[in-house]
Design a protein around this ligand. Sequence first.
Ligand code: NZQ
Ligand code: ZN
Length: 388
Amino acid sequence: MLSFTFQNPTKILFGEGMIARLGEQTRPYGTTVLLVYGSGSIKKSGLYDQVIEQLKSIHARVVELSGIEPNPRLTSVHKGIELCRSEKVDLILAVGGGSVIDAAKAIAAGALYEGDVWDFCIQKAVIQQALPIGTVLTLAATGSEMNGNAVISNWEAQQKRAFGSQHTYPRFSILDPTLTYSVPRNQTVNGIVDIMSHVFEQYFSLTPDTPLQERLCESILLTLIENAKIALEQPNNYEARANIMWCGTMALNGGLISVGMQNDWSSHGIEHEISAIYDIPHGAGLSIVFPNWMKYVYKERIERFTQFAQRVWGIKRDSLSDEELALAGIDATRAFFTSIGAESRLADFNINNDQLDHMAKEAVLFGPIGSFKKLEQTDVQKILEACL
Ligand code: NZQ
Ligand code: ZN
């Protein structure tokens, strides 16, 4: 195991009805709140009214920024930064999925920075401070509710870039599983694939002697596999939604499950290049990329893949060779994604090979990606070709 430091400052309020605690959580940060949300799901569900009621109860002044896009855009972040400055905002409250929360983080950091917030995304500057952020999560997927990361799309430049900072962890996050009952089937699927992918990025590691971390990863995967079909068949099943939601938060909250391990993250890098150009949902892109990445890299440490096949998918070794067992685990992953309705090919989104070169080049703009196998441009190109 490698040496590590771990700190996660986000307070979690988990359970049905926790929205009633929103006022009390918001009050210590000041009086002016920037309420950030998406294209209207929170109005349809009635959550918006509940949020406003809570903010009124503490006499907060509410400034609104709505219309945050899935794969949130830099232009929306700029609007939020302007509002923070002109209205002297004390706290940013994100109500929505990962896109809304990520936009809130970029706004929070950008509002206190003299240059352009995009600098943080292209590693031109490091975040030194940010306004406080609170969240009410409505979609289980990214873990953004308990981590310091954000992913922003610069549509004009066709670039989707991430930053991470200790300053952009939410101060508090309200996680009420009933708020995810209304998530459409395809977004529920995308969320499950994203959560599994976050675990994969950490689990497929070359670091030796990390048995607890590996079992933490496996337990999240097994819990998701058990609960995915229940939630898809019964969208209002509290326990299934609650288990998936907590898996999402645990899978990516500053690295709790994989401290002391080298992480990979190349599949995410490749997916971000696809959604930067084609604006496809992040989870759908991962469902296409991940099994192809697995097939490309499994020989680097085949015993992690044979362990995965046996412990996660329950495949018996019997007379299988290591190679057959590893490949059976990868096939089981693809079969599971397909069984819940996730996409498997870029062609499912009418994407052909036009931009493959460009995507492969952009993916390695700052050097080779990944650690399980370091991927150069030609490697990324081959993985993308397999995704067609
Ligand atoms: O815009 P609204 O009306 O809110 O609708 C959203 C959106 O259309 C809808 N939705 C959310 N909650 C709902 C709901 N619809 C009905 N009922 C509800 N309760 O779902 C759609 C997708 O929402 P979005 O926030 O885009 O999804 P997700 O949470 O999957 O976030 C995806 C974004 O997060 C980034 C992705 O790249 C992508 O940009 N990521 C962020 C990470 C992080 N911050 O740590 C890590 C991830 O790996 C990921 O890259
Ligand atoms: Zn992800």
